[in-house]
Design a protein around this ligand. Structure first.
Ligand code: AGP
Length: 614
C-alpha cells in the first residue's frame, strides 16, 4: 500500500506534497514524510503517525524548495516508527526516495551494500534502493537517472518510486512495476501521485505510467517515458481525468464512511444510470459490448476478489447461477494464484475490485491471462491497474471511496452484478420477458428503498450501544443474505476491533453454536426469501441458547421480529435485490458501534484502503 507524491515546478513543493499526502492517507497512515531539494541540498522531515503529525513536526522548519517527494506509509518491512518512515536517504545524503511496494530481494541487496561499507538506519526494504542508486552512481559515474535505471534492474519485487538527488537537483525520477503511479502534467510543472485524486486539484491531464516504465521529470520540458529495461524514449498517452474534487470532501458528515453510507441511494442509481430499460428489462453494458454474447455462452465464470469485493462476488455467484444458469466459481484472489487452479482458455475470469489496485487480484488476473482465459473487470476507480489490464469491463461509478471500510463500493458492485445477471438471463432466455421486466423494476426501486433503510439510523445506534459492550458477535444469513452476513461481520471487525463471525446460519449447528452463551450478540439477516423459514429456525436455536438476537426483517414481519430481542426492518423487496437493502443496517450498526467506542472510523488500525502488497 503506501501513498507517494512528488512535485517539480516553480511553486513551493511543500504545501502541494502535504495536500497530496492528506488525499492519499487512505493508503496508509503509519507514518508520513517529505524531502525537499534545492541548491542547499536535500532536507527530509518524517514522523511516525498521520500527516497531521508531520505538519506539526515541520512547523517553523525550512520547508522551502520547488522540488520534493513525499510518502504516507502502511508498514510492511519494519514497525511503524520515525526511522522506518520514508523518504529514505542514501548514506552520503545525495539521494532520497519514496517507495510503494515490496522489494523482494532486499536482504541480498542489503548484504551486498553492507559489504561495500553502507550502514543502514532502518529495517525497511526501501532503504537498500536509496543506497544502491548512490553506489551505482559513484561506481559507474553515470547520470542520476541512469543510476536509478541500473539500480532498478537489480531490484526484484513491486514498486512505484520517486527519487531526487543533489547531483541533479532539477529533476525527479519516477518508475513503476507492480504498484500504481500517475504523473499530472501542469504548466511547466509535474505532479506525482499513487492515484489521480491527489493531483486532480492541480491538473486534469495525467499520464499513467505503464508496467516497467520510468520517466525523468524536468521543469518546463515535455514528459518522456522509457522502459526501465531499455532506453528509447517516447511520448506517453495523456488521459483527461474526471475526478470530482467536491466528492472527495466529507460534506458535513463526521466521517467519510458515514458520508459514503448515506450516499448509497445516489451511487446505486449511478451504477445503473443509462444501463437498464425498465420497459423492456434490456441491459446495456457498453464496456462488455464485445464480450457479452460469448459470456452468455460460457461454460464457467470465475470471480477473483478480496475482502468486501469477494463477498459481492459471492452474491454475483448466487444471482448468475440462479437466474442465468451459468456455473460460477468465486475465488479469493490471494489463494487462486498459489493453488495451481485449472483455468481453461474458454473460461471468463472477472476481477472485482473497488480500487482496481489490489495486488492479489492483479496477480490473479495476470495468471488467468497467461492461461488464455478472457479476463474482465468490475472496478470503481477509472484508469486503475485492473481496469487497464483487463480486456473489457464495467465501472461501478460509485465515486471516490475514501473510508477504509468499503460500503458504497459494495452496493455498487452488487448492482452491477445484478445488471450482468439480467443481461445474461435475457440472452440465455432463462427468464421470461415479464420476469425480466419485474426484476428490472425491483432493481430500479432500490435507491428509494435504501433511503427508507437509512432512516432507521437511530434504531441502529441503539443496537450499536449493546454491541459495543460485547467482545464478539455472530452474523447469520442464508441464501443471498449469507454474503450480507459475511460483509456485516467484516465491517464490525474492521472498524470496531470486536471479534465477529459471519456464518451461513445452517452451519452453526455443525460447530460454532458451541460458542453461543447467555447474551452473545447474534445478528440474524432474515428478510422474506426462499430460506426465510430456515433462518427463523436458526433464530429459535440461538434464543434457546439465550443469545441476544437482533433480527433484520422485512417491514410488517411481526412474527419474526417477535422471536428476536430486537429487530430492524427494511422495505419489502424481491430476493433478487434484497441484499442491497439488508446490508444497510449492518453498515450503520458497525459505524455507530465504532463511534460509540471512539475508534478512528476512517483509518482503522493496521489497515489501508488499497492493498497493493501481497
Ligand atoms: C473492505 O471494507 C476492506 N477494506 C477490504 O476488505 C477490501 O474490500 C479489499 O481489500 C479489496 O479491495 P478492492 O475492492 O479495492 O480490491
Amino acid at each position: 500500500m503506501c501513498g507517494i507524491v512528488g512535485y517539480i515546478g516553480k511553486k513551493e513543493a511543500y504545501p502541494i506534497l502535504m495536500g497530496g499526502l492528506s488525499r492519499l492517507e487512505y493508503r496508509g497512515y503509519d507514518s508520513a514524510g517529505v524531502s525537499l531539494c534545492d541548491d542547499k541540498g536535500i532536507r527530509t522531515y518524517k514522523r511516525q503517525g498521520k500527516v497531521a503529525d508531520l505538519a506539526l513536526f515541520t512547523t517553523g522548519k525550512d520547508v522551502s524548495g520547488a522540488v520534493g517527494i513525499g510518502h504516507t506509509r502502511w508498514a510492511t518491512h519494519g514497525e511503524p516508527s520515525d526511522r522506518n518512515s520514508h523518504p529514505h536517504v542514501s548514506q552520503d545524503g545525495s539521494v532520497a526516495i519514496v517507495h510503494n511496494g515490496i522489494i523482494e530481494n532486499y536482504r541480498q541487496l542489503r548484504a551486498e551494500l553492507e559489504r561495500n561499507g553502507y550502514r543502514f538506519g532502518s529495517d525497511t526494504d526501501t532503504e537498500s534502493v536509496a543506497h544502491l542508486i548512490e553506489h551505482i552512481g559513484k561506481k559507474t559515474g553515470v547520470t542520476f537517472p541512469e543510476a536509478v535505471r541500473l539500480a532498478l534492474r537489480e531490484v526484484v519485487g513491486a514498486y512505484a518510486i520517486a527519487a531526487i538527488s543533489t547531483n541533479d537537483p532539477d529533476i525527479v525520477v519516477v518508475a513503476r512495476k507492480g504498484s500504481p503511479l500517475v504523473v499530472g502534467i501542469g504548466d511547466g510543472e509535474f505532479f506525482i501521485a499513487s492515484d489521480a485524486t491527489a493531483v486532480a486539484e492541480y491538473t486534469r491531464k495525467v499520464v499513467y505510467l505503464d508496467e516497467g516504465e520510468m520517466a525523468v521529470l524536468k521543469r518546463g520540458e515535455d514528459l518522456l517515458v522509457s522502459a526501465i529495461d531499455g532506453r528509447e524514449e517516447r511520448n506517453p498517452v495523456i488521459t483527461e481525468i474526471e475526478a470530482e474534487l467536491e466528492s472527495i470532501g466529507k460534506e458535513g458528515f463526521e466521517h467519510f464512511m458515514e458520508k459514503e453510507i448515506f450516499e448509497q441511494p445516489k451511487t446505486i442509481l449511478d451504477s445503473m444510470r443509462g444501463r437498464l430499460d425498465p420497459e423492456t428489462g434490456e441491459v446495456r453494458l457498453g464496456g462488455l459490448r464485445d464480450h457479452i454474447d460469448r459470456l452468455a455462452e460460457a461454460d464457467r465464470i470465475i470471480f477473483v476478489a478480496c475482502g468486501t469485493s469477494f463477498y459481492a462476488a459471492i452474491l454475483g455467484e448466487y444471482l448468475i447461477e440462479r437466474y442465468a444458469g451459468i456455473p460460477v466459481e468465486v475465488e479469493y484472489a490471494s489463494e487462486f494464484r498459489y493453488r495451481h487452479p485449472l483455468i481453461r482458455k474458454h473460461d471468463f475470469v472477472f476481477a472485482v475490485s473497488q480500487s482496481g489496485e489490489t495486488a492479489d487480484t492483479l496477480a490473479a488476473i495476470r495468471l488467468a491471462k497467461e492461461s488464455g482465459a478472457t479476463v474482465l473487470g468490475i472496478c470503481n476507480v477509472v484508469g486503475s491497474s485492473i481496469a487497464r489490464e483487463t480486456v473489457a469491463g464495467i465501472y461501478t461509478h460509485a465515486g471516490p471511496e475514501i473510508g477504509v471500510a468499503s460500503t458504497k463500493a459494495f452496493t455498487a458492485q452488487v448492482t452491477v452484478l445484478s445488471l450482468i445477471t439480467l443481461a445474461l438471463a435475457k440472452r440465455r432466455k432463462t427468464l421470461s420477458d415479464t420476469e425480466l421486466i419485474r426484476l428490472a423494476k425491483e432493481l430500479l426501486a432500490i435507491p428509494e428503498k435504501v433511503k427508507t433503510a437509512l432512516a432507521k439510523r437511530e434504531e441502529c445506534k441503539e443496537i450499536a450501544k449493546e454491541i459495543a459492550k460485547s467482545g464478539d458477535a455472530f452474523y447469520l444469513g442464508r441464501g443471498v443474505c449469507y454474503p450480507v452476513a459475511l460483509e456485516g461481520a467484516l465491517k464490525l471487525k474492521e472498524i470496531t476491533y470486536i471479534h465477529a463471525e459471519g456464518y451461513p446460519a445452517g452451519e452453526m449447528k455443525h460447530g460454532p453454536i458451541a460458542l453461543i452463551e447467555d447474551g452473545t450478540p447474534v445478528i440474524a439477516v432474515a428478510p422474506e426469501s426462499e430460506t426465510h423459514d430456515k433462518i427463523v429456525g436458526s433464530i429459535q436455536e440461538m434464543k434457546a441458547r439465550r443469545a441476544n438476537v437482533t433480527a433484520v426483517v422485512t417491514e410488517g414481519d411481526t412474527a419474526t421480529a417477535a422471536l428476536a430481542d430486537r429487530s430492524i426492518s427494511i422495505p419489502v423487496a424481491d430476493e433478487f435485490v434484497v441484499a442491497l437493502l439488508a446490508v444497510i443496517p449492518l453498515q450503520l450498526i458497525a459505524y455507530h458501534t465504532a463511534v460509540t467506542l471512539g475508534r478512528d472510523v476512517d483509518r482503522p488500525r493496521n489497515l489501508a484502503k488499497s492493498v497493493t502488497v501481497e
